[in-house]
Design a binder for this molecule. Structure first.
Ligand code: GDP
Length: 395
C-alpha cells in the first residue's frame, strides 16, 4: 500500500474512534505566528513537505492550491499524531486573526472543542487575543497557550535567562487574568493555563522548536539549555531535540478534550433544546447511532465540487445520499459527497460519525449557522453570536 493510501486508511480508522480525535482551532492576534505554526504542525505530522512549511502555503495561498491541482480547503486541515504509542486525529480549523474577521472566528469556534492561543513573546496579549479568547470561553472551548517568537526575547531584546523566565511568567499570569475575568467558573474548574501542569508551551514557530514542562521531562532539555541554544543561534539542534509539532500536538492531545468529553459539557451551552430528550442525550454522548445533528460553520466554493458545507457532527453519522432537514427550510436536502480532511486535502468517504468535522456537498439551502438533521422539528443550535458584537449569523 502506498504512503498516501495508508494515511487515508489511518484517518478513516481514527475518525471512528472519537476518544482519539481532537477538534481544535489556533487563535491569535494578527502576525503573532498562527500561519507559521499551522504549517509547521502539518509538516511535522508528515502531511506536507518540510520545505513547504513556513512558506504559508496551506492556510493562505489560493494560487498555490490551484497550481498543485488538488482539492485543498485552505481553512481546514487534519493530521495524525502519535502520543504515548497511540495515534490521534487532530482536526485543525483555521480561524482568521484579524479583528474584521470576528464573525469567522466565531463560526470556527463552534466546530472545535479546544484552542491553542498563540501570543508573541515580545508583544504579549493584544486586543484580538482577548476577543478570540473570550469567544472560545463563551463557546466552552478549552484553551492552552503557546508563547511564540521566544527567539525574539533573546536575540532582539537580549534578555538574560532569568529575565526571560520572568517575562514568560508575566505573560502566563496575564492570560490567566483574562480567563478568570471572562469565565471564572471555567478558570476554577481547571481551565487556567499552567506551565507546570503542561498547558503552556513556548518556542519559535519560525525556527521549528518548542518546549513545555512535559517536553523538558521527555527530552531532558532544560530551560537554560533552551536559552543557551537560542543565544548561540543554534536553532537547528533545538529543533531536532524539541520539535515544535511534538510539543504542541502532545499538549493538544493530553490537555484538550476529545469530542466525547467536550460534548458532554458543551451541548447545553450551544443548544437550548431539551438536553434530556433523545437527541439531547445523543449529542451529549456524541452517539453515532442516533439521528444526525450537524452544524454548518463554513461554506466555501470548490472549483470541482461546487458549494462545500463544512461543519461539526454532534450526533449520528453523515452518509452519502442521506435526506436531511435544514433549520428554517421547508424542503429536504440530499447529501451528495461526504468528505474528511487529510492534511489539506478533502477525501471522500461513505460516512462520518459524530464528533468529527465533515465537509459535504448537496446542502443547497444551508447557510453558515444552519442546523442539518434527520430529526424533523429538531430545535436548531443557538445562533452564533460574536462575543463583542450583536448577532453575526442567523441560524
Ligand atoms: P499570523 O498573522 O498570525 O498568521 O502570523 P504569521 O505566521 O504570518 O507570522 C507573522 C510574521 O512573524 C512572519 O513574518 C513570520 O515569519 C514571523 N514569525 C512567526 N513565528 C516567528 C517566530 O517564532 N520568531 C520570529 N522571530 N518570527 C516569527
Amino acid at each position: 500500500m502506498g504512503r498516501r493510501k495508508k494515511m487515508v486508511e489511518r484517518v478513516k480508522t481514527l475518525m471512528r474512534n472519537p476518544e482519539n480525535v481532537r477538534n481544535i482551532g489556533i487563535v491569535a492576534h494578527i502576525d503573532h505566528g498562527k500561519t507559521t505554526l499551522s504549517d509547521n504542525l502539518l509538516a511535522g505530522a508528515g502531511m506536507i513537505s518540510t520545505e513547504l512549511a513556513g512558506k504559508q502555503l496551506f492556510m493562505d495561498s489560493d494560487e498555490e492550491e490551484q497550481a498543485r491541482g488538488i482539492t485543498i480547503d485552505s481553512s481546514n486541515v487534519s493530521m495524525v499524531h502519535e502520543y504515548d504509542n497511540e495515534e490521534y486525529l487532530i482536526n485543525l480549523i483555521d480561524t482568521p486573526g484579524h479583528v474584521d474577521f470576528g464573525g469567522d472566528v466565531t463560526r470556527a469556534m463552534r466546530a472545535v472543542d479546544g484552542a491553542v492561543v498563540v501570543i508573541d513573546a515580545v508583544e504579549g496579549t493584544m486586543p484580538q487575543t482577548e476577543t478570540v479568547l473570550r469567544q472560545a470561553l463563551k463557546e466552552h472551548v478549552k484553551p492552552v497557550l503557546f508563547i511564540n517568537k521566544v527567539d525574539r526575547l533573546i536575540n532582539e531584546l537580549q534578555v538574560d535567562s532569568q529575565e526571560m523566565q520572568i517575562r514568560l511568567g508575566k505573560l502566563i499570569d496575564h492570560v490567566n487574568k483574562l480567563i478568570k475575568g471572562m469565565n471564572e467558573e471555567k478558570y476554577k474548574a481547571g481551565w487556567k493555563v499552567d506551565a507546570a501542569a503542561g498547558t503552556v508551551a513556548f518556542g519559535s514557530a519560525l525556527y521549528n522548536w518548542a518546549i513545555s514542562v512535559p517536553m523538558m521531562k521527555k527530552t531532558s532539555v532544560s530551560f537554560n539549555d533552551v536559552y543557551e541554544y537560542c543565544k548561540e543561534g543554534d536553532m537547528k539542534t533545538l529543533a531536532e531535540k524539541c520539535p515544535l509539532h511534538e510539543a504542541v500536538n502532545d499538549m493538544v492531545i493530553r490537555y484538550l478534550p476529545s469530542p466525547i468529553d467536550a460534548q458532554e459539557d458543551r451541548v447545553s451551552a450551544i443548544w437550548h433544546g431539551d438536553v434530556s430528550s433523545e437527541i439531547g442525550q445523543a449529542m451529549k454522548k456524541a452517539d453515532a447511532d442516533a439521528p444526525l445533528s450537524f452544524m454548518v460553520t463554513d461554506i466555501s466554493m470548490d472549483p470541482h465540487a461546487g458549494e462545500v458545507a463544512t461543519g461539526r457532527i454532534f450526533s449520528g453519522s453523515l452518509s452519502r445520499g442521506m435526506e436531511t432537514y435544514i433549520s428554517g427550510i421547508a424542503q429536504k436536502n440530499r447529501i451528495q459527497q461526504v468528505g474528511v480532511f487529510m492534511g489539506p486535502e478533502r477525501i471522500e468517504v461513505e460516512n462520518i460519525p459524530a464528533g468529527n468535522i465533515a465537509a459535504v456537498t448537496g446542502l443547497k439551502d444551508a447557510i453558515v449557522g444552519s442546523t442539518v438533521t434527520t430529526l424533523e422539528g429538531m430545535t436548531p443550535f443557538e445562533t452564533i453570536r460574536h462575543a463583542s458584537e450583536p448577532v453575526v449569523t442567523v441560524a
